[in-house]
Design a binder for this molecule. Structure first.
Ligand code: CO
Length: 128
């Protein structure tokens, strides 16, 4: 299994794009507005930083920012089959947030595991 992306919560996506462009030389691979968030993917040689800025009230990212401030929000593993990965993780004792795969940003199919069952890290499975 490989890391697909690392999700980063921000209250100012444009400035992070500029900062990471100048400090790390990263380019934007994709942007979209998705479920009340502005989402931008920075390409790190095929692994991505997924920048998440809430643009509407009541998003999970907005709640996260209020509680924790900007920073790393989740780690996403690339899988061939989200449903199979979810069911294997559950069989191994992990707690799913999503009962079944749902549409994610960039047209992906995704599902999340609860951080209380994965060492404090919000984990996402991603199928392209
Ligand atoms: Co993600």
């Amino acid at each position: 299994m490989q890391i697909d992306h690392i999700g980063i919560a921000t209250d100012d996506l444009d400035s992070v794009v500029e900062l990471y462009g100048s400090v790390f030389g990263l380019d934007v691979a994709h942007t979209e507005e998705f479920e009340g968030m502005e989402v931008g993917f920075l390409d790190v040689d095929g692994v991505y930083l997924e920048l998440l800025e809430p643009v509407e009230r009541g998003t999970a990212i907005g709640d996260f920012l209020e509680r924790n401030g900007p920073g790393i929000h989740h780690v996403a593993f690339a899988v061939e089959d989200v449903e199979a990965a979810l069911s294997a993780a559950r069989d191994a004792g992990a707690e799913a947030i999503d009962d079944e795969p749902r549409p994610g940003a960039w047209g992906h199919s995704v599902a999340f595991l609860h951080p209380r069952s994965t060492a404090g890290v919000l984990v996402e499975f991603v199928e392209h």
